[in-house]
Design a protein around this ligand. Structure first.
Ligand code: PBG
Length: 327
């Protein structure tokens, strides 16, 4: 006699639903969105089918649709003209800059949705790096912190609910926390890009912002993809420095990191399902080689299984739409 038959618990949809361990809901999703200057502008991003750079008026509409679908948070990124970029990313803390105006407009139209704002120099840097580049090409850590703090403050003033430092400079979480607290922004959340790897999966995002490094790579600040212990080291430091939420980036090739982090912290964990991961699914789906929708749901659920509380994903709208239809 066979005592154990695991297939019993798979025999019908109902029993499968009953024993299901993890479920994705629209509450788990954060939608990354790109903003550009102008009015009524929607510029397709070739390497990210279905994603657009939107002028503020259309961005606001998109956010309202996401909110209506039950998505609780959007993460904004500015695509700036080269003329706005310089060595010290000064445009990043211009209180009337594109990004700050976008944050204000979104919060005004849709006050309850959480706005997360990215903190790093690259969209504003003529060098295309996340930090200040010295004459001999070094990325200067401590000089960068001050700029990141100014940028964070300017975003918080504009109404950002969640500051998202994506730069990987040492000590930036504590530095930004202090700057926010001193200015009275004690309720502004920091979601740290805690374990951000130097990854080839960011290609389409850099196309979207035209933000690829002009020289060198990001390997002296973003992590080596061969490393796992180092992610826990970063977790401990970010906790000590006062991060509220920790993030792992990219996502799909880094589920082991998420799982390890889950057993080493009590803080909420986010994954960033990045541009290259999105592009691969879309490309294979367009060719008819995979069922893109099914792969999307499998990927997003795998983040939950690995221990994530939330997922930044370009699939947010599509997934929320599907979840609503299947309700
Ligand atoms: C920049 C930043 C990047 C992404 C988010 N913030 C790119 C990079 O580090 O070069 C990538 C997101 C994606 O690929 O979807 N600080």
């Amino acid at each position: 006699m066979m005592t154990y038959r695991p297939r019993r618990n798979r025999n019908s949809k109902s029993i499968r639903n009953l024993i299901r361990e993890n479920a994705l809901t629209s509450n788990d999703l954060i939608a990354p969105l790109f903003v550009i200057e102008g009015e009524n502008q929607s510029v397709a991003i070739d390497s990210m089918p279905g994603q657009y750079r939107l002028s503020i008026d259309l961005l606001v509409k998109e956010v309202e649709e996401l909110w209506e679908l039950g998505v609780p948070c959007v993460s904004l990124f500015p695509a700036l003209d080269d003329s706005k970029k310089d060595k010290y990313a000064t445009e990043s803390y211009n209180d009337d800059g594109l990004f700050q105006r976008a944050i204000r407009a979104v919060k005004k139209a849709c006050p309850e949705i959480l706005v997360m704002s990215d903190v790093a120099m690259d969209p504003y840097s003529s060098d295309g790096h996340d930090g200040v580049v010295s004459d001999d090409g070094e990325i200067l850590n401590d000089e960068t912190l001050e700029i990141l703090a100014k940028m964070s403050l300017s975003q918080a003033k504009a109404g950002s609910d969640i500051i998202g430092p994506s730069d990987m400079m040492d000590g930036r979480i504590g530095y930004i926390r202090d700057a926010l607290d001193e200015a009275g922004f004690t309720n502004t959340i920091i979601m740290s890009y805690t374990a951000k790897y130097a990854s080839a999966f960011y290609g389409p995002f850099r196309d979207a912002l035209d933000s690829a490094p002009k020289s060198g790579d990001k390997k002296t600040y973003q992590m080596d993809f061969a490393n796992k212990r180092e992610a826990i080291r970063e977790t401990i430091l970010d906790e000590q420095e006062g991060a509220d939420i920790l993030m792992v980036k990219p996502g799909i090739s880094y589920l082991d990191i998420i799982s390890d982090m889950r057993s080493n912290t009590t803080l909420p964990i986010a994954a960033y399902n990045v541009s290259g991961e999105y592009a691969m699914v879309k490309a294979a789906d367009e060719k008819g080689w995979i069922d893109g929708e099914a792969v999307m749901m499998e990927m997003l659920t795998s983040f939950k299984r690995a221990g994530c509380d939330m997922i930044l994903t370009y699939f947010a709208k599509e997934a929320a739409t599907l979840l609503r239809a299947n309700r």
